[in-house]
Ligand binder design. Structure first.
Ligand SMILES: [Zn+2]
Length: 326
């Protein structure tokens, strides 16, 4: 038995064949169709077809993670889908099920990622976990007592936990959110604003003199090399993550918190500082009971997560049918 997992990202979409044990045995990628709603589902269907052909037969189900809110019952993507506007409002699940002739499950990409970490990754075997995925933005996913927490649809949006109540406005409409301080975009924006007019900045040199080319990775590198402006931005990222870990630990006290996503590679060497910042906010005994794992993310983790979503939903719906059977 194998599953097709699809991770729709802001720039790239990856589709892969995943075994029941969570191994990605084949994968393909293509640029995401970001703006044309008429072609968005075609592009996903083409990747599913391509990866299925490589295996020589069809899978048993399809899981899809998208970077936005999803009505998981109907398989329809909600709004806003900031990074892939073409998907907003589309009935992605039913449309792909009709074309592929397989059950299709669609959810927010970080919910899928949380299921992947729980079923196959750093939180395997845990009964509760929280995932924070720091990439362009910061996504979150919560599994409690073996169930994904969706609430009324926005459950898990921990990237918009306020860490500074009088902080700057966030693109979500809120203020002082974790995402402003710990997302790739937020870190690069903060560095850019603070070096304005400083022609000798190490970060500006790394970006070839073009401030718009500064990336979060450059900021972390400059901080490690002793650049004081970069160090101040990185310090805020660590403290913002520490404050959010404090909120999660005091509020849910999960067995595991996984910090992943594109920024996690730069965060891994700072683990002690992030945990130190968490100690400023979390109950000491609660924090001791929660393991924090920083796991650098990649496209394959997204594909594996989408497949985990399909396995999870298949199991949940079977259980529900049994429970409601006469
Ligand atoms: Zn926000």
């Amino acid at each position: 038995m194998w599953i097709v997992g699809v991770d729709v990202g802001g720039t790239t979409t990856a589709a892969g064949v995943v075994t029941e044990g969570g191994e990605v045995v084949a994968d393909v990628t293509a640029p995401t169709e970001r703006s044309d709603p008429g072609r968005a589902v075609d592009a996903i269907a083409a990747l599913i077809e391509q990866v299925s052909q490589r295996m020589g037969r069809r899978g048993t189900a399809i899981g899809i993670g998208v970077p936005g809110p999803v009505d998981t019952r109907s398989g329809r993507v909600g709004e806003p889908v900031t990074h892939v506007p073409a998907l907003a409002g589309l009935a992605v699940g039913p449309e792909l099920a009709r074309r592929c002739g397989l059950p299709v499950f669609v959810d927010n990409d970080v919910n899928a990622l949380a299921l992947g970490e729980w079923m196959f990754g750093a939180a395997r075997g845990a009964t509760s976990l929280v995932v924070l995925a720091a990439g362009t933005g910061v996504g979150g996913g919560i599994v409690l007592d073996g169930h994904l927490v969706r609430g009324a649809g926005f459950g898990g949006e921990l990237g918009h936990t306020p860490v500074k109540f009088d902080g700057p406005p966030c693109f979500c409409g809120g203020r002082g959110c974790l995402a402003i301080y710990a997302s790739g975009r937020g870190i690069a924006d903060a560095a850019r604003a603070r070096i304005a007019g400083e022609a000798s900045s190490r970060m500006l040199a790394a970006a070839g003199g073009d401030p718009t080319a500064i990336t979060a990775a450059m900021v972390f590198r400059a901080a490690a090399e002793g650049d004081p402006v970069a160090a101040s931005v990185v310090d805020e990222a660590c403290r913002a993550l520490g404050a959010t870990i404090g909120t999660i630990v005091n509020g849910l006290n999960p067995e595991v918190i996984v910090i992943t996503g594109g920024v996690a590679r730069s965060l891994a060497p700072l683990e002690a500082r992030i945990l130190g910042a968490a100690r400023d906010h979390a109950f000491a005994r609660a924090l001791v009971a929660t393991r924090v794992a920083i796991v650098p993310g990649d496209k394959r983790a997204g594909v594996r997560g989408a497949a985990a979503l399909a396995l999870y939903e298949t199991r949940e719906r079977t259980t529900e049918r049994r429970r409601t059977a006469p």
